[in-house]
Design a protein. Sequence first.
Length: 296
Amino acid sequence: MRGWWQDLTDLVLPAECGGCGRPRAVLCPECRTALSGAAPRRVRPVPEPPGLPVAYAAAPYADEVRAALLAHKERGALALAAPLGVALAGAVRAGLRQPSGADQWPAPVLLVPLPSARRAVRARGHDPARRIALAAAAELRRTGAAARVLAVLRQRRAVADQSGLNSRQRMDNLAGALRVAPGAERLLGGGSVVLVDDLMTTGASLAEAARAVREGAALMRTASLEAVRPVGRGDEANAVCGAVTREDREERRTGVRAEAVRMPGVPGNAGGIRAGEVLCAAVVAAPPDAFEINRN
């Protein structure tokens, strides 16, 4: 009841703008412009971690954008998921080089959010990255994409708090920390796999997520070649572990099944895209210096 009441009050009675604090606004026009008024751009941290996919961000992580992300993540301002999702959808389009007004998309878009630790989800009462990913998928479907969220990444082991770690320490902390959940054959159903998160700092989390998805997809491809079987309802249930969250219910309510366009003799290959291949990463925000990719 507490969670539903928070959802309702955030949607109906926003206390203040999540970016600047202006009263009676979820996000004021000026802060919306700061968040998604400019075209998303390629971002690259320095040093760049090995295995980091090409990443795009909607806005620099500063001022109003930083405040909005923190309000959504740490203070439970759930109504901010909608504008943050619109910004993330723009970064996904940029990563896939898909114009915002396009009527047709070359393949289904599979958004794979980076997982939050279970203790963090319990403390916050929601999963911020997954909630924003669901809002981004809804925005992409509104513009013609067969987009859905595949929350198939899980933490294999506990990791240390990253707030005080440098880039090398973060890579060491996260190495081998993620895995693909059992029953995640949906990654092989065909589509453009895009890793998504609210924020990229050093890129270590995205690099580890890319490794886990590639490794998991390779293992599933090997298994499918040995014994191809259809994905049934039970498999979909196995892809979500642990307690049912509000994001679980939203994903089931709005999910769009991706139809595979298979090539003969290659299970899971869709339209020339290797099944389970991570094409790019997209985030709402990244540090301002990550936008300066043309360095000497």
